[in-house]
Design a binder for this molecule. Structure first.
Ligand code: ADP
Length: 188
């Protein structure tokens, strides 16, 4: 059984590592960012509402985000576990998730905190903006995402440390080395 959360600033490599690990563990990789980007691309109702938040690097409001996670965790493919990437992103979302996991009797294994320095994440995101053309990987939006991360998401490090769920991995390293260190700490 694998039920993990990935925490860390934008550009820390959450998506990359979560995707790889979800393949090796054969559990779904659930990225709220990917879900929102797909909704924006398809211009669904959710996408239309979420678009401006993604473009500015603000958090999509909880009333659009919480229900989506509840529905995703009710899909059958989550029976053997899941890896959450980009959720929770603030204390309200973490509290909601705590209650939801109790309700559906799916206890969390651990929270992986990917630690990366500001200059490392900045250069990775600028590079990704050039290569992939992601509309939120522009310098102004990146700075805002880092501010939003510090204000809203970083407090979750203590939130999960207090629940004895937190493990940390040095993410200032090449992808393969981070993946290797990750396997050692998650013990799967
Ligand atoms: P990154 O971690 O590099 O910022 P993500 O794909 O996780 O990339 O998130 C991209 C954007 O999607 C965020 O800036 C935010 O607007 C939105 N988003 C993703 N997850 C959440 C969430 N849990 N709550 C609110 N907004 C979210």
């Amino acid at each position: 059984m694998t039920r993990l959360i990935f925490l860390g600033p934008p550009g820390a490599g959450k998506g990359t590592q979560a995707k790889q690990l979800s393949h090796s563990c054969d559990v779904p990789h659930i990225s709220t960012g990917d879900i929102f980007r797909a909704a924006v691309a398809q211009q669904t109702e959710l996408g239309k509402k979420a678009q401006s938040y993604l473009n500015s690097g603000e958090l999509v409001p909880d009333e659009l985000t919480l229900g989506l996670v509840r529905e995703r965790l009710a899909v059958e493919d989550t029976e053997q576990g899941w890896i959450l990437d980009g959720f929770p992103r603030n204390v309200e979302q973490a509290t909601f998730l705590d209650e939801l996991l109790q309700e559906i009797e799916q206890p969390l294994d651990c929270v992986v905190n990917l630690e990366a320095h500001d200059e490392v994440v900045l250069s990775r995101l600028i590079q990704r903006g050039l290569v992939e053309g992601r509309s939120d990987d522009t310098e102004d939006t990146i700075r805002n995402r880092l501010d939003v991360y510090r204000k809203n998401t970083e407090p979750l490090i203590d939130f999960y440390r207090n629940r004895q769920k937190l493990v940390s991995v040095n993410s200032n390293q090449p992808i393969e080395k981070v993946a290797e260190d990750l396997l050692k700490v998650v013990e799967i």
